[in-house]
Design a protein around this ligand. Structure first.
Ligand code: CTP
Length: 404
């Protein structure tokens, strides 16, 4: 894929070198377009060596190649990291006063901007208005992370981690460079991901093998398709995507509260989390010790509420689409699909994504395969491939369901 990496003049420009590295290592052809100010932070030699291409901030270099038009036109994806307050202002007002601004005016591909600046600048009404204008035009502007800034100050304004910027950018296009359709634009979605943990004592818990990869892929692809996304994150083994609101939870009770609260204004709720069905009847507030005589006290469990069934029976927002997952293994009484159909009817969710687990499938793996059933157990889709591809297939089914 042909990618333009724009770098504006902020201290986070040094992190853009890592963004560049990640993109080239993934096999993409990257042209770096720094602003003049960016070169004050990281010099031309770094960008040229890492990208393998000449670099200039000026429109009057290589005039015979008409770079200010060609770069934008030929790009499959434009990533600006960091995007400073000044760059956002220039992009929002359509300026063409350097090669990066001109490239943004000629690009017809998806554009992702990752702002980084001091909190006051990010919160200034001028910047807020510029971000709103850019988003309204279809530019994907990430919210910056909160944390330590250049000086002793901290607050919202940090560039998200390079890996998160790259993930968010690459999610905007298919593997062959085709832009994803923003068919979830204007929708609010809540995705639960990961696996809940039920504490036995301060050091032990009952948990499960869910890494959260499929839920994170659902959040990332929903964002790329235009949705506002909240991720209710239960003990993820993977990084949540940049640009989604993350609500961390540990136990099933916490997950239930968070999902119900976040779902109040959601159009779609996807329960991808592996929710612990049982919890210890009484957790211990001190570490449970071994007994001298080798006896082990039996562990008494009680059943947790079924969060998905609760959403179906009593939706936080009437009319919202509720999607469940069913991790199944076949057994003597039926195969994976048999159990899936039975669960679809029992749970009554609008859609149920059934996947086979065990024997190396499902948990912690890169790929997945799901059969999507409706509430009556009818098959509406079958998708397999990477977890992003499966997520896209599931969103396609949601879009059909919404009649969009
Ligand atoms: N789920 C839930 N609350 C629970 C258990 C599961 O909301 N206490 C949700 C999961 O997030 C998933 C769906 O229900 O979307 C199915 O999860 P699964 O573990 O396959 O189903 P169970 O109802 O637990 O059925 P069983 O364990 O009997 O197969």
């Amino acid at each position: 894929m042909r990618i333009v990496l724009g770098v504006a003049g902020g201290i986070a420009a040094y992190k853009a070198a890592h963004v560049l590295r990640l993109l080239t290592e993934a096999g993409h052809e990257v042209r770096v377009v720094p602003t003049r100010a960016a070169l004050e932070f990281v010099g031309r030699a770094t960008w040229e060596a890492l990208s393998g291409h000449p670099v200039t901030p000026e429109v009057f270099d290589d005039v015979d190649e008409v770079a200010h038009v060609r770069l934008g036109r030929q790009a499959d994806l434009v990533v600006v990291a960091p995007a400073t307050a000044d760059l956002l202002a220039r992009a929002a007002s359509g300026r063409a006063d350097d090669l990066l601004a001109a490239t943004l005016l000629t690009a017809t591909c998806p554009v992702l901007m990752a702002p980084a600046m001091h909190t006051e600048m990010w919160q200034h009404p001028a910047t807020r208005a510029n971000v709103a204008t850019l988003r309204q035009r279809g530019v994907h502007v990430l919210d910056p992370d909160s944390g330590r800034l250049t000086g002793a100050d901290s607050g919202p304004g940090r560039l998200p981690e390079p890996e998160a910027v790259v993930d968010a950018a690459l999610a905007l296009v298919d593997a062959d460079g085709t832009p994803r359709t923003p068919d979830l634009l204007g929708l609010t979605v809540v995705v639960s991901a990961g696996g809940t943990r039920e504490p036995l004592d301060p050091v032990r818990f009952l948990g499960n093998r869910s890494s959260g990869r499929q839920g994170v892929a659902l959040a990332r692809t929903a964002l790329a398709r235009g949705a506002r996304v909240t991720l209710v994150a239960a003990n993820l083994a993977v990084r949540p995507p940049a640009g989604v609101r993350v609500v961390p939870v540990e136990t099933t009770a916490e997950l239930q509260d968070a999902v119900r609260e976040c779902a109040v204004d959601a159009d779609v709720v996807v329960m991808a989390a592996a929710v612990a069905d049982f919890r210890p009847a009484a957790g211990s507030d001190h570490k449970i010790k071994k007994s001298a005589d080798g006896t082990v006290a039996p562990l008494e469990l009680v059943q947790n509420p079924d969060v998905l069934a609760g959403l179906v029976a009593d939706p936080p927002r009437p009319g919202q689409v509720v999607v469940g997952f069913a991790a199944e293994t076949g057994d003597a009484t039926g195969d994976v699909l048999h159990h899936g159909r039975e669960k679809a009817r029992r749970k009554g969710a609008d859609l149920l994504a059934v996947n086979a687990v065990g024997g190396g499938l499902g948990f912690g793996t890169e790929d997945n395969a799901v059969t999507v059933l409706d509430g009556s157990g009818e098959v509406v889709a079958h998708v397999e491939g990477t977890k992003d591809a499966v997520a896209d297939g599931l969103w396609d089914a949601v879009v059909d369901r919404l009649g969009r």
